[in-house]
Design a protein around this ligand. Structure first.
Ligand code: LLP
Length: 417
């Protein structure tokens, strides 16, 4: 998290004091670095510079319009999974021709809208979906560009909840059936086969599962070719991991270079990626305030104002996220090994277990690597308004990119009987 730094024992984001951000916007508060997001995206672009390619940012990781528009301006494409995400990226200025549509449950209405705006490709996840897309396209007198999302049955070696490329996962079309489904797709009048894709999981920290998946996909491309089914693009999904603790995932450049080498015999094929986490995770933090400390028996709790409603990753996946104090401890400060817990009435509302901290009431803590799957998974559970989001524009400037929700927002659309 290269935009975080201590100055005179206080934590800064670029040249802006975390304490000032908390004071101005309140807590809990998400803060992102525009510069970091751009750099992470451009690392993919740079590595692909000599190839026909499209980097489609996975919107689900962080779907704030400011993040999307920043990436759109840099030329990004987008990987969407709902009409909500489609409307967001259009609002943010995305080129429809750079949008790929993933997801296992695309509705008729979603398909209609995607055809109407003219997206680049539907990443089809089942045979039934293929028929539905064909029917909708026929009714609208259009041809739908499709790719089949193939489940390559490789072990992504990540947390089971975020592993998607195994036979037993709900995603994609099984490897064994793929050729057959492509043949069926070819026979459909309103379907245009343009690609093949896979996405095997998230927070992958090793290269080998990516390489294994690419091998399996390329073997299929060869088979398709000998069957006269010509593939224009290969979409290798997202999934590149980031460092939360001590993980050492490959860089985007290493990943892309290894995969590019595999594609050397396919010079005409466009390469697509769908990275989410690796672009935004370490571009963002969540600032939270200590409401109380509580010491009972051997248990020490730092009770903070952010909870699983704001950042669910620790509760849902046992995710370890680094926590930095806003103020560095001074000699003689008392410290304890704390569980950092939120305000939610659930025992699983723990942001971090067993962290040595020297904190007291009203101190600030910064949860690192919270730019991906942080705000985008936030909820209003226990009727907490969702936090504000702020973008660091440069070393000195920052901008509110989402207001903190109001209490009225909590019951918008509801009625009193
Ligand atoms: N493409 C598809 C089809 C996906 O399902 C995903 C993520 C991505 C791309 C982007 O993957 P990434 O590059 O971000 O790893 N909420 C979980 C992660 C869920 C990932 C879901 N799919 C977490 O917080 O760890």
């Amino acid at each position: 998290m290269d935009f975080l730094n201590y100055q005179h024992d206080h934590l800064f984001a670029n040249q802006i004091a975390i304490a000032d951000l908390a004071k101005q916007y309140g807590t809990p508060l998400y803060v992102y670095s525009a510069d970091h997001i751009s750099k992470q995206f451009l690392a993919y672009e740079q590595a692909l510079i000599n190839n026909k390619h499209l980097v489609c940012y996975a919107v689900k990781a962080n779907s704030n319009l400011a993040v999307l528009s920043l990436l759109a301006k840099l030329g990004a494409g987008f990987d969407i999974v709902s009409q909500g995400e489609l409307e967001r990226v259009l609002k943010a200025g995305a080129d429809p021709k750079k949008i790929v549509f993933s997801g296992v449950a695309k509705s008729v209405v979603e398909i209609e809208r995607a055809l109407e705006v003219g997206i680049k490709c539907f990443n089809v996840e089942s045979e039934a979906e293929l028929y539905r897309i064909n029917e909708v396209a026929k009714r609208l007198n259009k041809t739908a560009p499709i790719s089949l999302r193939i489940n390559p049955d490789v072990d992504a070696k990540t947390h089971p909840y975020i592993s998607t490329g195994l036979r037993e996962n709900k995603f994609g079309i099984s490897y064994e059936l793929a050729l057959d489904v492509y043949r069926k797709a070819r026979s459909l009048a309103n379907i245009n086969i343009v690609g093949i894709d896979c996405h095997i999981g998230s927070q992958l920290t090793q290269l080998s599962p990516f390489l294994d998946a690419a091998d399996r996909i390329l073997a299929l491309v060869d088979k398709l070719q000998s069957d006269n089914i010509i593939i224009e693009h290969i979409d290798l999904g997202g999934g590149l991991g980031v460092c939360y603790d001590s993980e050492q995932p490959p860089t985007a450049s290493q990943l892309v270079t290894e995969l590019k080498n595999k594609l050397i015999n396919y010079p005409d094929i466009e390469i697509l990626f769908e990275p989410g986490r690796s672009i935004v995770a370490n571009s963002g933090v969540l600032i939270t305030k200590v409401e109380y400390t509580k010491h009972q028996d051997d248990n020490h709790f730092a009770i903070v104002d952010a909870g699983m409603n704001d950042l669910i990753r620790p509760a849902l996946y046992d995710a370890w996220m680094n926590i930095l104090p806003e103020k560095q401890p001074q000699a003689g400060d008392e410290s304890f090994v704390y569980n950092v817990v939120g305000p939610i009435c659930e025992s699983s509302d723990v942001l971090a277990y067993q962290r040595k901290l020297s904190v007291k009431q009203d101190d600030l803590l910064v949860i690192c690597s919270a730019g991906a799957y942080g705000f985008s998974m936030a909820s209003n559970y226990n009727s907490h308004p969702r936090p504000a989001e702020v973008m660091l524009i440069d070393e000195q400037q920052h901008k509110l990119i989402r207001e903190r929700e109001s209490f009225e927002d909590l019951w918008r659309g509801e009625v009193v009987l």
